[in-house]
Design a protein around this ligand. Sequence first.
Ligand SMILES: [Zn+2]
Ligand SMILES: [Zn+2]
Length: 183
Amino acid sequence: MFDWPGGSWQDTVRLVLTVLSIYGAIIWVALIFWVFRDIRQRTRDPIMQLIAVLLVLAGFLPGHWIYLILRPRQTLTELYERSLEEEAILQDLDDQKACPACRRRVRDDYLVCPSCLTELKEPCAGCGKPLDYGWLACPYCAREKAPAIAPGPAANHIEGAQDRASLGGLVRRSTSLVRRRGS
Ligand SMILES: [Zn+2]
Ligand SMILES: [Zn+2]
């Protein structure tokens, strides 16, 4: 037998075991921290967080593998980003307008519904862009709409004016009658 360097071989084995166990303990603590941080990014449920930490605390590496298999697939940030994406998609669907008469999809620049011929917009007299019937001026070329184009209110306005004119005539006639009688 040759001389074991540094004393007896038992001492060397003990030294190697000590180094290995310190190394293992460091990995263990690091794993626990890692899992603690990881599970907090994936769930807000304190019981789930506790179970995950206990799994690695009791199971070390095998416990960590089990955690990796069973942990929630997406982090909370990923879930949040996904919900934002879904919201954006829903918003896009909302922006695609429907014909008020037949509910078929129409584009924002359609003047009439191609399916049921409902009038949706009117072309601007200045630049030809499609305008809502409720608008008073074209937002593209700033040209004000001619009041005669708006059908409902304008017609009412003219009727009202005629009423007032005939009413004025009546009043004038009756006052002249009164004057005649008085004189
Ligand atoms: Zn339609
Ligand atoms: Zn215009």
